[in-house]
Design a protein around this ligand. Structure first.
Ligand SMILES: NC(=O)c1ccc[n+]([C@@H]2O[C@H](COP(=O)([O-])OP(=O)(O)OC[C@H]3O[C@@H](n4cnc5c(N)ncnc54)[C@H](O)[C@@H]3O)[C@@H](O)[C@H]2O)c1
Length: 255
């Protein structure tokens, strides 16, 4: 199926686990994919795989915490592939410590990457979408935003902020034909999760506990996420905005 033929899709953190899986899936469905990451080598690996499989992708170095870098990379991506139709804010980072053991310098870094970075991306991309009266934004938060998560207080605050921000932008830009929705992964087997396991001290026990508490009986894999992300980015979701969907094997549920 070619749901995204002639669409330009920008994915931040596209060199990572969930971002890479998302880029590959968009490309398989016909999109031109701008793979944004501060780790250019990782982004280039993903873009090269996509091109080797016959898709269209290009890597762009972009640290989303730096506004000038965001503006330059968005301009370069639009120059290469045309106006951004779909923005996926997926880049993220965490340190895993009880809140009282963290330092303000770490809070600043967490907020810069997990919250301010997404604000920069919206600020750079939204005016063009509004002028064209069309656009899809999918923000990757976390179940930590919905239910909290020990050892991730500031990260959870950022992701909770991203949920509230998404709903507000969804309201402000509905009249421009732009939808904004949020996907919340649960524990998913990526480099970020490997750091989390390491921080937990007893990785095997943690994995056992997660496997027990996830109704579908396993932690997520990166390829579990693109289905929900592409749904929100697709025409099938044209009447869906300001919504939050957990993709976590049922770890969190609400009525
Ligand atoms: N893996 C999980 O268990 C889990 C759970 C909940 C939410 N998430 C969220 O999913 C998203 C993807 O994470 P992942 O698990 O694939 O992690 P990952 O570490 O595999 O990928 C994250 C990517 O973001 C990039 N990145 C970090 N800081 C950046 C910056 N300042 N500018 C540009 N790129 C930057 C990294 O280079 C990396 O390629 C994140 O937003 C994360 O918070 C992950």
């Amino acid at each position: 199926m070619q749901r995204f033929q002639y669409k330009t899709v920008l994915v931040t953190g596209g060199g990572g686990g969930i971002g890479g899986a998302t880029c590959r899936r968009f490309a398989r469905e016909g999109a031109r994919v701008a793979v944004f990451d501060m780790n250019l080598e990782a982004a280039e690996t993903v873009a090269a795989q996509i091109r080797a499989d016959g898709g269209q992708a290009q890597a762009f170095r972009c640290d989303i915490t730096e506004r000038a870098a965001v503006d330059a990379a968005v301009a370069a991506a639009q120059e290469r592939f045309g106006p951004i139709d779909v923005l996926v804010n997926n880049a993220g980072w965490d340190v895993f410590k009880p809140f009282t053991k963290t330092e303000p310098a770490q809070w600043d870094k967490l907020i810069a990457i997990n919250l301010t970075g997404a604000l920069h991306m919206h600020h750079a991309v939204l005016p063009g979408m509004a002028a064209r009266k069309a656009g899809r934004i999918v923000n990757i938060a976390s179940d930590a935003a919905r239910v909290g998560s020990s050892g991730e207080a500031v990260y959870a605050a950022c992701k909770g902020g991203l949920v509230a921000f998404s709903k507000t932008i969804a309201r402000e830009h509905a009249r421009h034909g732009i939808t904004v929705n949020v996907v919340c992964p649960g524990p998913t087997d990526t480099a970020l999760f490997a750091d989390y396991k390491q921080g937990a001290g007893n990785p095997e026990k943690l994995m056992e506990a997660f496997t027990r508490s996830i109704p579908l009986g396993r932690i997520g894999q990166p390829d579990d996420l693109p289905g929900a992300i592409l749904f929100f980015a697709s025409d099938d979701a044209a009447f869906v905005t300001g919504q939050v969907l957990s993709v976590s094997g049922g770890l969190t549920m609400n009525g």
